[in-house]
Design a protein around this ligand. Sequence first.
Ligand code: ATP
Ligand code: MG
Length: 371
Amino acid sequence: MSDTKILIVEDELLIAKGLSRKLKKLGYTVIDIVSSGTKAIQRATEVKPDLILMDIVIKGDIDGIETATQIHEQLGIPVVYLTAYADDQTLDRAETTGSYGYILKPFKDRELHATIKMALKKHQQQADVQQSLLKTQVFSEEKSQLLSMVAHDIRNPLTTIQGSSEILQYYQHKLTEEKQVKHFERIQFAIDNINQMLEDILILGKTGARKLSFEPIPLNALAFCQSILEQFQSTTKQHQLTFCSQKECSQTYLDGKLLSHILANLLSNAIKYSPEGGNIHLEVCGDEQQMIFRVRDQGIGIPPEYQAKLFEQFERADNVGKIPGTGLGLCIVKQAVDLHQGTITMESELGVGTTFTVVLPVLKGDGEMGS
Ligand code: ATP
Ligand code: MG
């Protein structure tokens, strides 16, 4: 009990001293006695007591109830009122300020002890409820973040399936057996990708586990990027997708799921915002400390006045014309980059093209990285 710190706000010194003695006898620590509302707020801010015992009628401009309201709002410290009389009006006022109880003067030990214990308990319960509300809120934000990510990005593998299955349907006889196998593999890969996303949502729904987290694994960035690029190449004939990388990128340590959200959105934008076609270049380089992914297109470019809003939800630049979009892709990219503690920058010139550069630090998990 001695670790419970109490501040007394009472302008009659004799009463305050008597109360202090009783509290010490009961095992509480009295950290100070002050006599006005202003001093009470100042001391409460400085010493952060666990509980304040506050006389309703005190010296100064603000009375005990007003002081308690301010302390409760600003500092969240529970206050128990001390009062010599308790007319209905005063009690009503005290109650509307979220009072934790009151003690009538002269104080009786048992009453004092019981009221303090109840006030501390009530305060603890309120703090627990608030904590669990906060957790629920954070969780539901994470959940909706993951849901919107999947709902948005599931279109990429679906486009691959559509593209490759159409090619197989209409041109199968013209394709070599090797090319046909390639398209079937792309379809399989895209289906696996969709399954993985749906599984993440199901796990989130069933177990409540945090799924939108950063889970780096040893990853061959070279093969990873090449496979994503191939998938996107199968969705367009107008664009030439090229790739360059360093050998060092074959072994790195990143979150593959997040990386695929990043690259898929950047590549789909590069294709979508180059309606005249052209080259789209993906470059990967890096070392043991960081990986750099750069996506360059020769598209419509991004107007300078829009660039500040680039990563905000539902924001689209004026020059997109009839090109469809929801304005969510880059927001998802930014979230994935942030989870990696990375950075994303952009350079663009209207009518010339755009380059997005993502830098991800390679955070090794328990020194597991193989290189
Ligand atoms: P969504 O990705 O949700 O289908 P979107 O492509 O409009 O829709 P974002 O990917 O967030 O949304 O992009 C936001 C905006 O940034 C786009 O509407 C476009 O104005 C601009 N933008 C993004 N990438 C490029 C790019 N490579 N070239 C030109 N403009 C781009
Ligand atoms: Mg987009």
